[in-house]
Write a protein that binds this ligand. Sequence first.
Ligand SMILES: [Zn+2]
Length: 326
Amino acid sequence: MAADRKKRQMPLGLLKIREFNKENLKTCGLHLIGHVMEEFKKEQNKLKTYVNEILHSIFFFGVIHKDCLTPVDFLNEQTEIVQQAFPEPFDKYRSHLPKRTPFSILLDIMQLTFGTKENIMRELCSLMEKLKFPYPLDRPANKNQRYYTLESTVICVCSNSQCTSQEYFGASLGCRTENAKSIMIYSSCLNTWHEYVSYAVMSFQHQTEGESLQFHKSMQCQAYIRDWNDNVYKERQPCMNCTRLFSLPEGTEQEHYPYGNCAETECLSKLLLKDQFMQENTEIRNYTTDKMNMFKDRTKKLLQGKLASIPSLSNRNNNDLLWFNP
Ligand SMILES: [Zn+2]
């Protein structure tokens, strides 16, 4: 027994990194919650649903994290105050799926407050600095040092060039672990993204050759990555996956991420959901309802499998998937 236990012990270096990562996530969660609670005081009616949603999303990512963080781990002595004002996220973080990551919800709050792309990007940079979010990739060569900070370092802005006053924002998934990424991609395919975007993402996951979306030529799309040294957003080319999914020009080979991970996915989905001209003038190859249902069935099973593997969730043996509706 003793020998067994010894064998399973992690080396001290790894343990320290794990402890460090856990503390980072807790601090980022607490700071982000503190920020949205402050904003909420200024704009109660406008922000109530967003605060509900972001709390739930942070708690969900905490509880599926390998250290299984609870709301109390994030909030400490402030738990009671927050729980009294927003009881629902506390009741549902173990049973309901979020529709978006905390950072995507933060982007919406920023858009409500600051409006245009330039203002949002500037304010986001200073917010990240103020909240002391650490650089998520401490040392690119060391995978253990890639901690999850709740920040999505890449965001994307798209619009219809015939009406550029309406901009749509999206964030990359940010979550560092494969499990959390897969859960968000499957969940978004089933219940968040526009059906064409879901169809394209699922077709690339389930087939050797996926079905690309072809937007009308008036679609404009640009991703930005936050440069941590200068603390500004800089333009970033789409990756090969996004080039394939959305027929974007000039894809560059970047680090491998699963289909649907990138910021392009979320903002192009928003564009399709909101812009009727784009809906009517975007083509997708070989789309049929039967195929869509088949992809959705497969994705649902994959999602249920992932959820069943996380002991801290309360609905993991339940066949019905539940989503949090703020
Ligand atoms: Zn991409």
